[in-house]
Design a binder for this molecule. Structure first.
Ligand code: URA
Length: 432
């Protein structure tokens, strides 16, 4: 019988816990034998005292053992790749990366989450496509990755149930932003879902969990170690989240931007991140490419139309209508214009994310429903020059009142100045 109070006390006092002790605590919590109030106290002790590498691995391992695991690569007889982002504003990267990688002949299987707060969720974006099913059984998931080459679905209830409970608890006890807890949460799901190689996109900046490069490096390193310990190949890209990614923020708007990007007409920052992620994934694949070769293949798949064709095949396989015309549109579209000449010096990612949320594109609590049509298009990005009266952004709203409020918020999110800001690439650093 695990003595939770004793483990909490020892962690509170800065002691190291053994792998077995941590494993027993997590598994007992997942079985309902340790109450939320003790686990919350334990998370707070970890928040202040931290976990070392061995403890973080033991925590991750126990979380994986709390549910089912999927041997995706073994089931389909190929090396399967996956990518994960720590979450940001306008981050639809997986939606473009999946079809490009699959079009190059590399199986891509991914379990995704929903958005909460200012960050969007891949499943919510996919659900703006009429008919699209995010809930496949594990068997259907494996079959689709094998037969189509690509599936993105919601996380099965049986996969890392301990994380579901722990994440819900951390969310309401101010214990989310601890490197070990985030790394264990993300990597337990990635390892249990079965991909052989994983590219992790660690967002850095205003709109991200990790506000500085140093924090992002620490999280990247922790996740790399967990992945390697579990026998997976892992690379981390640290990428900019000081402004929204691409132009579109909001579910159907982001699907449209994904389709444009697969046609080769995407915004430069988003296109660059998608191409860099594909290059890493293809270099990890069983095609025998290096990263430059992977990049060239990814670019070719967009140019020859095979990536877009794969997107259409994938969406149809999950019951969706892949045509752009099927996507919902907002009834009210308003421009936000530049008040003066100058350069865009910054666009607050959280401010734009919150404006989109208040339009109805996101949820404040897990039970909120989503308006898939609404959102914001950031037409001008950091570094762009503008003349007074130029459109900076477009607000897509359900009604005039919410449009007026969002326009004010988006205008306030744009910082203009006389001089352009220093250049900041979308991919800040790669750790592999
Ligand atoms: N995403 C996760 O899945 N878990 C965390 O703890 C933070 C971000």
């Amino acid at each position: 019988m695990v003595h939770a109070a004793e483990l909490i006390r020892r962690k509170r006092d800065g002691e190291r816990l053994g792998a077995e002790e941590l494993g027993e605590l997590v598994l007992a919590y997942a079985r309902g034998e340790v109450p939320d109030y003790q686990m919350a106290a334990f998370c707070m002790a970890v928040f202040f005292r931290g976990l070392d590498g061995a403890e973080t691995f033991a925590l991750t391992d126990a979380m994986i053992r709390s549910g089912e695991t999927i041997g995706l690569g073994a089931a389909i007889g190929r090396k399967v790749v996956d990518k994960h982002s720590t979450g940001g504003v306008g981050d639809k990267t997986s939606l473009a990366v999946g079809p490009i990688v699959a079009a190059c002949g590399v199986p891509f299987g991914k379990m995704s989450g929903r958005g909460l707060g200012h960050t969007g969720g891949t499943l919510d974006k996919l659900e703006s496509i009429p008919g699209f099913r995010v809930e496949l059984t594990t068997d259907e998931f494996v079959r689709q990755v094998r037969d189509v080459g690509l599936a993105i679905i919601g996380q099965s209830a049986n996969l890392v149930p301990a994380d579901k409970l722990l994440y819900g608890l951390r969310d309401v006890t101010a214990t989310v932003d601890n490197v070990s807890l985030i790394a264990a949460s993300i990597m337990s799901k990635k390892i249990a879902a079965g991909a052989d190689a994983i590219v992790l996109d660690v967002k850095v900046g205003d709109g991200a969990f990790m506000k500085t490069l140093d924090e992002a490096r620490e999280l990247a390193q922790a996740m790399l170690e967990l992945g390697r310990h579990a026998g997976r190949e892992v690379a981390c890209v640290l990428t900019d989240m000081d402004q929204p990614l691409g132009q579109a923020v909001g579910n159907a708007l982001e699907i449209r931007e994904t389709i444009a990007t697969l046609r080769g007409e995407g915004p430069p920052d988003f296109t660059e991140l998608v191409t860099a992620a594909c290059a890493h994934l293809l270099a990890f694949s069983d095609l025998g490419l290096d990263e430059d070769g992977g990049r060239a293949r990814a670019v070719a798949a967009v140019q020859d139309g095979s990536a877009l064709a794969m997107y259409e095949r994938w969406i149809a396989a999950q019951g969706g209508d892949p045509s752009e015309d099927a996507l919902p549109s907002a009834p009210v579209v308003r421009e936000v214009t530049a008040p003066s000449d100058g350069h865009v010096r910054a666009i607050g990612a959280v401010a734009v994310g919150m404006a989109a949320l208040r339009l109805g594109a996101g949820r404040r609590t897990k039970d909120d429903s989503i308006d898939h049509a609404v959102g914001v298009l950031c037409l001008k990005k950091r570094g762009d020059s503008v003349a007074a009266g130029d459109p900076l952004a477009e607000v897509h709203a359900r009604d005039e009142t919410s449009a007026t409020q969002a326009c004010e918020e988006v205008r306030a999110a744009y910082e203009l100045g006389d001089e352009p800001p220093p250049a900041r690439p979308v991919v800040l650093e790669t750790i592999d």
